[in-house]
Design a binder for this molecule. Sequence first.
Ligand code: FE
Length: 224
Amino acid sequence: MKDKHPQKDQQDGQHSHEGHSHHPDHHDVPSDAALRVKALESLLVEKGVVDAAALDAIIDTYQHKVGPQNGARVVARAWSDSAFRDRLLADATAAIAELGYTGRQGEHMVAVENTPQVHNMVVCTLCSCYPWSVLGLPPVWYKSSPYRSRAVIDPRGVLQEFGVELPEQVEVRVWDSTAEIRYLVIPQRPPGTEHMDEESLAELVTRDSMIGVAMAKLPQGETP
Ligand code: FE
């Protein structure tokens, strides 16, 4: 394969150009998107519809306070506490709220658990619906049209590009997020982690593993 991680590359490209939309790879994002957002924001502030400080506070929250570290704590709790895991699978919104994670784009959460038999992955085919309260803001590749279409048509191919090779007998389930329902993947607990506490377990839970395009990290010294 020529290019193993086209979508990841796109994400990294975007990361180093944060706030600028002139990156040539963004066929699916209008190159003037940032300008348009800025123009809309100015207009809304000028008309008194929104308060610039309130907008800054919201952006700060999602950039610094809400992120995949929240979801990682949820997963680590589920791995270490089977009663919590059961509650999470039964009513994810309520179980996640037990840890204090609530709020916008996380009102109707569903947790899906990866097992040796079933691998779950999440997409929003329509736009970019994503569980903000546990994962923060979506990565650029998640919003890209190649991911959105190919995750459904060829989930195994997409997983391979992310470096995930699943045995043939593993069933892949693709969950299409909507404005109503946001999914959180509980990745499989890696081997060699039996002795680990919740805090160290959470460090193994990556954002991508909770979208279902990666496995949780292995603990140091452990080989696949
Ligand atoms: Fe969406």
